[in-house]
Write a protein that binds this ligand. Structure first.
Ligand code: ATP
Length: 443
Protein backbone atom coordinates (compact mmCIF):
# COMPACT_ATOMS: atom_id res chain seq x y z
CA UNK A 1 0.00 0.00 0.00
CA UNK A 2 1.42 3.41 -0.94
CA UNK A 3 2.47 5.47 2.06
CA UNK A 4 1.23 8.84 0.81
CA UNK A 5 1.62 10.47 4.22
CA UNK A 6 5.34 9.81 4.17
CA UNK A 7 5.65 11.36 0.70
CA UNK A 8 3.62 14.39 1.83
CA UNK A 9 5.95 14.83 4.79
CA UNK A 10 9.01 14.53 2.60
CA UNK A 11 7.70 17.04 0.05
CA UNK A 12 6.88 19.50 2.81
CA UNK A 13 10.28 19.05 4.49
CA UNK A 14 11.98 19.58 1.12
CA UNK A 15 10.20 22.88 0.69
CA UNK A 16 10.60 24.04 4.29
CA UNK A 17 14.32 23.32 4.43
CA UNK A 18 15.16 24.44 0.89
CA UNK A 19 15.79 21.15 -0.89
CA UNK A 20 13.18 21.36 -3.66
CA UNK A 21 10.65 24.00 -4.71
CA UNK A 22 7.95 23.83 -7.32
CA UNK A 23 8.95 25.65 -10.50
CA UNK A 24 7.35 29.10 -10.95
CA UNK A 25 5.37 28.60 -7.76
CA UNK A 26 4.19 32.24 -7.52
CA UNK A 27 2.40 31.70 -10.85
CA UNK A 28 0.72 28.54 -9.66
CA UNK A 29 3.59 26.24 -10.60
CA UNK A 30 4.52 24.47 -13.83
CA UNK A 31 3.41 20.87 -14.09
CA UNK A 32 6.07 18.40 -12.99
CA UNK A 33 9.00 20.79 -13.17
CA UNK A 34 10.95 21.40 -9.97
CA UNK A 35 13.73 23.69 -8.76
CA UNK A 36 16.47 22.70 -6.34
CA UNK A 37 17.01 25.05 -3.39
CA UNK A 38 20.24 25.71 -1.45
CA UNK A 39 20.35 22.29 0.25
CA UNK A 40 18.92 20.36 -2.71
CA UNK A 41 21.47 21.66 -5.18
CA UNK A 42 24.30 20.52 -2.87
CA UNK A 43 22.75 17.09 -2.36
CA UNK A 44 22.20 16.49 -6.07
CA UNK A 45 25.64 17.85 -6.95
CA UNK A 46 27.25 15.50 -4.42
CA UNK A 47 25.41 12.54 -5.94
CA UNK A 48 26.47 13.51 -9.47
CA UNK A 49 30.08 14.02 -8.38
CA UNK A 50 30.09 10.64 -6.68
CA UNK A 51 28.83 9.04 -9.87
CA UNK A 52 31.42 10.90 -11.95
CA UNK A 53 34.24 9.80 -9.65
CA UNK A 54 33.17 6.16 -9.76
CA UNK A 55 32.49 6.09 -13.50
CA UNK A 56 35.17 8.41 -14.93
CA UNK A 57 37.96 9.36 -12.52
CA UNK A 58 38.34 5.97 -10.86
CA UNK A 59 38.58 4.08 -14.18
CA UNK A 60 41.10 4.01 -16.99
CA UNK A 61 38.58 2.81 -19.56
CA UNK A 62 35.92 5.55 -19.42
CA UNK A 63 36.09 9.11 -20.76
CA UNK A 64 33.75 11.98 -19.95
CA UNK A 65 31.69 14.03 -22.39
CA UNK A 66 29.34 16.99 -22.28
CA UNK A 67 27.30 17.04 -25.48
CA UNK A 68 24.81 19.79 -26.31
CA UNK A 69 21.12 19.36 -25.59
CA UNK A 70 20.16 20.42 -29.13
CA UNK A 71 21.21 17.99 -31.85
CA UNK A 72 20.65 17.58 -35.57
CA UNK A 73 17.03 16.43 -35.99
CA UNK A 74 18.21 13.46 -38.05
CA UNK A 75 19.74 12.04 -34.86
CA UNK A 76 16.23 11.44 -33.55
CA UNK A 77 15.05 9.91 -36.81
CA UNK A 78 18.00 7.53 -36.76
CA UNK A 79 17.56 6.66 -33.10
CA UNK A 80 13.92 5.79 -33.65
CA UNK A 81 12.63 8.47 -31.29
CA UNK A 82 10.67 10.42 -33.93
CA UNK A 83 8.78 7.33 -34.99
CA UNK A 84 8.75 5.30 -31.85
CA UNK A 85 9.24 7.37 -28.69
CA UNK A 86 5.64 7.17 -27.70
CA UNK A 87 3.58 6.11 -24.74
CA UNK A 88 0.13 4.74 -25.52
CA UNK A 89 -2.40 6.86 -23.64
CA UNK A 90 -5.98 6.56 -22.61
CA UNK A 91 -8.22 9.55 -21.91
CA UNK A 92 -11.28 9.54 -19.70
CA UNK A 93 -14.11 11.26 -21.56
CA UNK A 94 -15.87 11.98 -18.26
CA UNK A 95 -13.17 13.63 -16.14
CA UNK A 96 -10.79 14.53 -19.03
CA UNK A 97 -7.81 13.01 -17.20
CA UNK A 98 -5.13 11.22 -19.22
CA UNK A 99 -3.23 8.08 -18.19
CA UNK A 100 -0.45 5.91 -19.58
CA UNK A 101 -2.17 2.77 -20.84
CA UNK A 102 0.47 0.56 -19.17
CA UNK A 103 0.11 2.36 -15.82
CA UNK A 104 -3.69 2.42 -15.44
CA UNK A 105 -3.46 -0.25 -12.74
CA UNK A 106 -1.19 2.06 -10.66
CA UNK A 107 -3.19 5.25 -11.25
CA UNK A 108 -6.04 6.71 -9.21
CA UNK A 109 -9.42 7.64 -10.66
CA UNK A 110 -9.63 11.44 -10.11
CA UNK A 111 -13.32 11.09 -9.24
CA UNK A 112 -12.81 8.26 -6.77
CA UNK A 113 -9.17 7.91 -5.73
CA UNK A 114 -9.76 4.50 -4.09
CA UNK A 115 -10.46 3.10 -7.58
CA UNK A 116 -8.33 2.82 -10.70
CA UNK A 117 -9.29 4.66 -13.89
CA UNK A 118 -12.06 2.77 -15.65
CA UNK A 119 -13.42 1.19 -12.46
CA UNK A 120 -15.80 3.94 -11.37
CA UNK A 121 -19.35 3.73 -12.77
CA UNK A 122 -19.00 7.01 -14.72
CA UNK A 123 -15.51 6.35 -16.18
CA UNK A 124 -15.37 6.26 -19.94
CA UNK A 125 -11.87 5.46 -21.16
CA UNK A 126 -10.83 5.82 -24.81
CA UNK A 127 -8.81 3.22 -26.70
CA UNK A 128 -5.03 3.72 -26.20
CA UNK A 129 -3.54 6.35 -28.55
CA UNK A 130 0.08 7.12 -29.30
CA UNK A 131 1.73 10.34 -28.16
CA UNK A 132 5.26 11.54 -28.87
CA UNK A 133 7.20 12.40 -25.75
CA UNK A 134 9.77 14.70 -27.36
CA UNK A 135 9.62 18.45 -26.84
CA UNK A 136 9.84 20.27 -30.16
CA UNK A 137 11.16 23.74 -30.73
CA UNK A 138 12.45 25.82 -33.63
CA UNK A 139 15.98 26.88 -34.43
CA UNK A 140 16.53 30.29 -36.01
CA UNK A 141 13.95 32.97 -36.69
CA UNK A 142 11.39 30.91 -38.63
CA UNK A 143 8.86 28.72 -36.85
CA UNK A 144 8.54 26.28 -39.72
CA UNK A 145 8.94 22.55 -40.07
CA UNK A 146 12.35 22.88 -41.76
CA UNK A 147 13.78 24.39 -38.57
CA UNK A 148 12.36 21.93 -36.03
CA UNK A 149 14.78 20.74 -33.37
CA UNK A 150 14.09 18.63 -30.31
CA UNK A 151 15.11 18.92 -26.69
CA UNK A 152 16.95 15.64 -26.22
CA UNK A 153 14.90 12.95 -24.45
CA UNK A 154 18.07 11.07 -23.42
CA UNK A 155 21.75 11.93 -23.27
CA UNK A 156 22.88 8.66 -24.88
CA UNK A 157 22.62 9.84 -28.50
CA UNK A 158 25.15 12.63 -27.86
CA UNK A 159 27.56 9.87 -26.90
CA UNK A 160 26.92 7.71 -29.97
CA UNK A 161 27.44 10.53 -32.44
CA UNK A 162 30.70 11.45 -30.68
CA UNK A 163 32.02 7.95 -30.16
CA UNK A 164 34.62 8.17 -32.94
CA UNK A 165 35.65 11.69 -31.87
CA UNK A 166 36.35 10.45 -28.36
CA UNK A 167 38.07 7.30 -29.60
CA UNK A 168 40.32 9.23 -31.98
CA UNK A 169 41.21 11.96 -29.53
CA UNK A 170 41.90 9.76 -26.50
CA UNK A 171 44.09 6.71 -26.05
CA UNK A 172 41.17 4.35 -25.66
CA UNK A 173 40.54 1.09 -27.43
CA UNK A 174 37.46 -1.09 -27.36
CA UNK A 175 36.35 -2.04 -24.72
CA UNK A 176 35.89 1.48 -23.39
CA UNK A 177 33.10 3.76 -22.25
CA UNK A 178 31.88 7.33 -22.47
CA UNK A 179 30.05 8.91 -19.56
CA UNK A 180 27.89 11.99 -19.45
CA UNK A 181 25.67 13.86 -17.02
CA UNK A 182 23.12 16.17 -18.54
CA UNK A 183 19.58 17.37 -18.88
CA UNK A 184 16.93 15.42 -20.73
CA UNK A 185 13.34 16.37 -21.46
CA UNK A 186 10.25 14.23 -21.89
CA UNK A 187 6.73 15.43 -22.24
CA UNK A 188 5.57 12.78 -19.78
CA UNK A 189 1.86 12.16 -19.75
CA UNK A 190 1.49 10.94 -16.24
CA UNK A 191 4.27 12.69 -14.41
CA UNK A 192 4.18 12.84 -10.67
CA UNK A 193 5.42 11.55 -7.38
CA UNK A 194 7.38 14.72 -6.78
CA UNK A 195 10.79 14.57 -8.53
CA UNK A 196 10.38 10.90 -9.49
CA UNK A 197 8.92 11.51 -12.94
CA UNK A 198 9.38 15.03 -14.24
CA UNK A 199 9.37 16.67 -17.63
CA UNK A 200 12.86 18.12 -17.28
CA UNK A 201 15.41 15.94 -15.52
CA UNK A 202 19.06 15.00 -15.44
CA UNK A 203 20.53 11.71 -16.52
CA UNK A 204 23.83 10.11 -15.57
CA UNK A 205 24.52 7.81 -18.50
CA UNK A 206 27.45 5.69 -19.56
CA UNK A 207 27.74 3.82 -22.84
CA UNK A 208 30.32 1.05 -22.84
CA UNK A 209 31.54 -0.06 -26.30
CA UNK A 210 32.53 -3.72 -26.52
CA UNK A 211 33.39 -6.35 -29.10
CA UNK A 212 30.28 -8.27 -30.19
CA UNK A 213 30.27 -11.59 -28.41
CA UNK A 214 31.70 -10.09 -25.22
CA UNK A 215 28.56 -8.01 -24.61
CA UNK A 216 26.81 -10.48 -22.30
CA UNK A 217 29.82 -10.75 -20.05
CA UNK A 218 30.16 -6.94 -19.87
CA UNK A 219 26.45 -6.61 -19.27
CA UNK A 220 26.72 -8.83 -16.19
CA UNK A 221 29.81 -6.98 -14.99
CA UNK A 222 28.08 -3.61 -15.26
CA UNK A 223 25.00 -4.93 -13.49
CA UNK A 224 27.17 -5.87 -10.53
CA UNK A 225 29.05 -2.57 -10.49
CA UNK A 226 25.98 -0.43 -10.66
CA UNK A 227 24.11 -2.23 -7.89
CA UNK A 228 27.23 -1.96 -5.72
CA UNK A 229 27.29 1.82 -6.35
CA UNK A 230 23.78 2.20 -4.95
CA UNK A 231 24.70 0.12 -1.92
CA UNK A 232 27.77 2.28 -1.31
CA UNK A 233 25.55 5.34 -1.43
CA UNK A 234 24.15 4.01 1.82
CA UNK A 235 20.72 2.96 0.49
CA UNK A 236 18.95 0.24 2.47
CA UNK A 237 19.89 -3.02 0.68
CA UNK A 238 16.46 -4.61 1.32
CA UNK A 239 14.86 -1.73 -0.59
CA UNK A 240 16.86 -2.39 -3.76
CA UNK A 241 16.08 -5.16 -6.22
CA UNK A 242 16.41 -6.17 -9.86
CA UNK A 243 13.62 -6.18 -12.37
CA UNK A 244 14.35 -8.04 -15.61
CA UNK A 245 12.50 -6.82 -18.69
CA UNK A 246 10.42 -9.54 -20.27
CA UNK A 247 9.91 -9.88 -24.04
CA UNK A 248 6.95 -7.49 -24.16
CA UNK A 249 8.76 -4.83 -22.13
CA UNK A 250 12.11 -4.70 -23.96
CA UNK A 251 12.80 -1.47 -25.84
CA UNK A 252 13.12 -1.83 -29.63
CA UNK A 253 16.92 -1.49 -29.40
CA UNK A 254 17.64 -3.81 -26.49
CA UNK A 255 18.80 -7.40 -26.35
CA UNK A 256 18.56 -7.50 -22.56
CA UNK A 257 17.54 -4.98 -19.94
CA UNK A 258 17.44 -4.91 -16.16
CA UNK A 259 16.16 -2.14 -13.96
CA UNK A 260 17.46 -1.39 -10.50
CA UNK A 261 14.32 -0.71 -8.50
CA UNK A 262 13.89 0.99 -5.15
CA UNK A 263 10.95 0.57 -2.80
CA UNK A 264 9.58 4.12 -2.57
CA UNK A 265 6.66 5.01 -0.30
CA UNK A 266 4.58 4.72 -3.51
CA UNK A 267 5.88 1.26 -4.42
CA UNK A 268 8.81 -0.41 -6.24
CA UNK A 269 10.03 1.79 -9.09
CA UNK A 270 12.96 1.99 -11.49
CA UNK A 271 15.90 4.23 -10.58
CA UNK A 272 18.44 2.99 -13.12
CA UNK A 273 18.39 0.88 -16.27
CA UNK A 274 21.19 -1.37 -17.52
CA UNK A 275 20.69 -2.20 -21.17
CA UNK A 276 22.42 -4.28 -23.80
CA UNK A 277 21.72 -2.04 -26.80
CA UNK A 278 23.70 -4.21 -29.23
CA UNK A 279 24.97 -2.35 -32.32
CA UNK A 280 21.51 -0.91 -32.89
CA UNK A 281 22.36 2.76 -32.31
CA UNK A 282 25.73 2.84 -34.04
CA UNK A 283 24.22 0.84 -36.91
CA UNK A 284 21.37 3.29 -37.33
CA UNK A 285 23.67 6.33 -37.19
CA UNK A 286 25.99 4.73 -39.72
CA UNK A 287 23.08 4.11 -42.03
CA UNK A 288 21.44 7.54 -41.62
CA UNK A 289 24.60 9.66 -41.67
CA UNK A 290 26.38 7.68 -44.37
CA UNK A 291 29.56 7.80 -42.23
CA UNK A 292 31.45 4.64 -41.33
CA UNK A 293 31.35 4.13 -37.58
CA UNK A 294 33.21 0.82 -37.45
CA UNK A 295 36.04 0.20 -35.05
CA UNK A 296 39.30 -1.13 -36.44
CA UNK A 297 40.86 -3.64 -34.09
CA UNK A 298 44.55 -3.46 -35.02
CA UNK A 299 45.69 -6.45 -33.01
CA UNK A 300 43.13 -8.77 -34.61
CA UNK A 301 43.14 -6.88 -37.92
CA UNK A 302 39.36 -6.79 -38.05
CA UNK A 303 36.59 -4.21 -38.29
CA UNK A 304 33.31 -4.31 -36.46
CA UNK A 305 30.55 -2.13 -35.07
CA UNK A 306 30.88 -2.32 -31.30
CA UNK A 307 27.99 -3.46 -29.13
CA UNK A 308 26.93 -1.09 -26.38
CA UNK A 309 26.15 -1.79 -22.75
CA UNK A 310 24.41 1.21 -21.26
CA UNK A 311 23.97 2.21 -17.63
CA UNK A 312 21.37 4.96 -17.31
CA UNK A 313 20.41 6.53 -14.01
CA UNK A 314 18.35 9.62 -13.26
CA UNK A 315 20.13 12.16 -11.03
CA UNK A 316 16.79 13.46 -9.76
CA UNK A 317 15.44 9.98 -9.15
CA UNK A 318 18.54 8.96 -7.25
CA UNK A 319 18.24 12.21 -5.26
CA UNK A 320 14.65 11.31 -4.37
CA UNK A 321 15.80 7.80 -3.46
CA UNK A 322 18.47 9.19 -1.15
CA UNK A 323 15.94 11.56 0.46
CA UNK A 324 13.27 8.88 0.93
CA UNK A 325 15.80 6.37 2.27
CA UNK A 326 17.29 8.90 4.68
CA UNK A 327 14.01 10.19 6.13
CA UNK A 328 13.08 8.94 9.57
CA UNK A 329 11.12 10.08 12.59
CA UNK A 330 12.04 9.12 16.13
CA UNK A 331 10.46 9.87 19.45
CA UNK A 332 12.94 11.54 21.78
CA UNK A 333 11.84 12.68 25.22
CA UNK A 334 8.21 12.90 24.14
CA UNK A 335 8.98 14.88 20.97
CA UNK A 336 9.29 13.77 17.37
CA UNK A 337 12.76 14.18 15.97
CA UNK A 338 12.91 14.28 12.14
CA UNK A 339 16.22 13.11 10.71
CA UNK A 340 17.64 12.92 7.22
CA UNK A 341 20.30 10.27 7.80
CA UNK A 342 22.39 10.98 4.67
CA UNK A 343 25.74 9.32 4.09
CA UNK A 344 28.18 12.13 5.09
CA UNK A 345 29.65 12.10 1.57
CA UNK A 346 26.37 13.33 0.05
CA UNK A 347 25.11 15.46 2.96
CA UNK A 348 24.66 19.08 1.77
CA UNK A 349 26.25 20.50 4.94
CA UNK A 350 29.05 18.43 6.45
CA UNK A 351 28.96 19.98 9.91
CA UNK A 352 27.61 22.91 11.91
CA UNK A 353 29.53 25.07 14.32
CA UNK A 354 27.47 26.22 17.31
CA UNK A 355 28.49 28.40 20.26
CA UNK A 356 26.69 27.03 23.32
CA UNK A 357 25.69 30.56 24.37
CA UNK A 358 26.12 33.97 22.77
CA UNK A 359 28.62 35.28 25.34
CA UNK A 360 31.92 34.63 27.11
CA UNK A 361 33.89 34.69 23.87
CA UNK A 362 32.15 31.57 22.53
CA UNK A 363 30.74 33.14 19.32
CA UNK A 364 34.21 34.52 18.47
CA UNK A 365 35.86 31.12 18.83
CA UNK A 366 33.01 29.43 16.95
CA UNK A 367 33.20 31.89 14.05
CA UNK A 368 36.94 31.40 13.79
CA UNK A 369 36.50 27.63 13.56
CA UNK A 370 33.62 28.01 11.11
CA UNK A 371 35.64 30.25 8.77
CA UNK A 372 38.60 27.87 8.93
CA UNK A 373 36.56 24.80 8.10
CA UNK A 374 34.40 26.28 5.37
CA UNK A 375 37.47 26.82 3.20
CA UNK A 376 37.48 23.03 2.86
CA UNK A 377 33.88 21.85 3.24
CA UNK A 378 30.29 23.22 3.23
CA UNK A 379 29.62 24.29 6.84
CA UNK A 380 26.86 26.05 8.74
CA UNK A 381 27.06 28.52 11.62
CA UNK A 382 24.13 28.93 13.98
CA UNK A 383 23.97 30.86 17.24
CA UNK A 384 20.23 31.42 17.58
CA UNK A 385 17.97 29.54 19.96
CA UNK A 386 18.42 26.74 22.47
CA UNK A 387 21.17 24.25 21.63
CA UNK A 388 18.67 21.35 21.46
CA UNK A 389 16.64 23.18 18.84
CA UNK A 390 19.74 23.94 16.81
CA UNK A 391 20.68 20.23 16.84
CA UNK A 392 17.17 19.35 15.62
CA UNK A 393 17.43 21.87 12.78
CA UNK A 394 20.64 20.21 11.67
CA UNK A 395 19.07 16.72 11.97
CA UNK A 396 16.33 17.80 9.56
CA UNK A 397 18.89 19.17 7.10
CA UNK A 398 20.82 15.88 7.27
CA UNK A 399 23.98 17.45 8.76
CA UNK A 400 25.98 14.54 10.20
CA UNK A 401 27.98 16.44 12.86
CA UNK A 402 27.74 19.52 15.07
CA UNK A 403 30.73 21.08 16.82
CA UNK A 404 29.72 22.94 19.96
CA UNK A 405 31.96 25.56 21.50
CA UNK A 406 31.38 25.78 25.23
CA UNK A 407 32.99 27.16 28.40
CA UNK A 408 35.71 24.53 28.30
CA UNK A 409 36.86 25.35 24.76
CA UNK A 410 38.78 28.51 25.69
CA UNK A 411 40.73 26.71 28.39
CA UNK A 412 41.50 23.27 26.91
CA UNK A 413 41.01 23.89 23.16
CA UNK A 414 38.44 21.10 22.80
CA UNK A 415 34.87 21.11 21.47
CA UNK A 416 31.91 18.72 21.71
CA UNK A 417 31.12 16.72 18.61
CA UNK A 418 27.47 15.73 18.49
CA UNK A 419 26.60 12.87 16.14
CA UNK A 420 23.35 13.17 14.18
CA UNK A 421 22.48 9.46 14.05
CA UNK A 422 23.18 8.41 17.64
CA UNK A 423 22.92 11.84 19.29
CA UNK A 424 26.00 10.78 21.26
CA UNK A 425 28.67 13.34 22.13
CA UNK A 426 32.42 13.24 22.50
CA UNK A 427 35.18 15.80 22.92
CA UNK A 428 37.80 16.46 20.33
CA UNK A 429 40.72 18.89 20.05
CA UNK A 430 40.23 22.00 17.90
CA UNK A 431 43.41 21.18 15.99
CA UNK A 432 42.11 17.72 15.00
CA UNK A 433 38.69 18.75 13.71
CA UNK A 434 39.59 19.33 10.07
CA UNK A 435 41.29 15.94 9.58
CA UNK A 436 38.53 14.24 11.59
CA UNK A 437 35.83 15.80 9.40
CA UNK A 438 37.59 15.28 6.07
CA UNK A 439 38.05 11.59 6.86
CA UNK A 440 34.37 11.13 7.63
CA UNK A 441 33.03 13.19 4.73
CA UNK A 442 35.09 11.51 2.03
CA UNK A 443 33.31 9.22 -0.45
P1 ATP B 1 10.05 5.00 -16.94
O1 ATP B 1 9.58 3.64 -17.38
O2 ATP B 1 10.03 5.22 -15.44
O3 ATP B 1 9.42 6.13 -17.71
P2 ATP B 1 12.25 4.66 -18.69
O4 ATP B 1 12.36 3.18 -18.72
O5 ATP B 1 11.61 5.38 -19.80
O6 ATP B 1 11.59 5.11 -17.29
P3 ATP B 1 14.95 5.19 -19.34
O7 ATP B 1 14.62 5.70 -20.67
O8 ATP B 1 15.59 3.85 -19.21
O9 ATP B 1 13.67 5.27 -18.40
O10 ATP B 1 15.80 6.30 -18.58
C1 ATP B 1 16.86 5.98 -17.71
C2 ATP B 1 16.70 6.64 -16.36
O11 ATP B 1 16.40 8.03 -16.51
C3 ATP B 1 15.56 6.08 -15.52
O12 ATP B 1 15.98 4.94 -14.80
C4 ATP B 1 15.26 7.23 -14.60
O13 ATP B 1 16.13 7.21 -13.48
C5 ATP B 1 15.55 8.44 -15.45
N1 ATP B 1 14.30 9.00 -15.98
C6 ATP B 1 13.64 8.62 -17.09
N2 ATP B 1 12.55 9.37 -17.27
C7 ATP B 1 12.51 10.24 -16.23
C8 ATP B 1 11.61 11.29 -15.84
N3 ATP B 1 10.55 11.59 -16.57
N4 ATP B 1 11.88 11.97 -14.71
C9 ATP B 1 12.98 11.70 -13.95
N5 ATP B 1 13.86 10.73 -14.28
C10 ATP B 1 13.63 10.01 -15.40
Amino acid sequence: MADTTLMDKLVSLCKRRGFVFQSSEIYGGLGSVWDYGPLGVELKKNIKERWWRAMVHARDDIEGLDAAILMHPKVWEASGHVAGFTDPLVDCRTCKARFRADKVADAQCPQKPSKHPGEHSTCELTEPRLFNLMFKTFMGPMAESASVVYLRPETAQGIYVNYLNVLNSSRQRVPFGIAQIGKAFRNEITPGNFIFRTREFEQMEMQFFVKPGTDEEWFERWRGLRMAWHHELGLTPAKLRWHAHGDGELAHYAKAAYDIEYEFPFGWQEIEGIHNRTDFDLGRHQEHSGKKLEYFDQAANERYLPYVVETSAGADRVTLTVLADAYREEEVEGEIRVVLGFHPAVAPIKAAVLPLVKKDGMPELALELYHDLRRHLPMFYDDSGAIGRRYRRMDEAGTPFCFTIDGQTATDRTVTVRHRDTMSQERIGLDQILTWLLERSAG
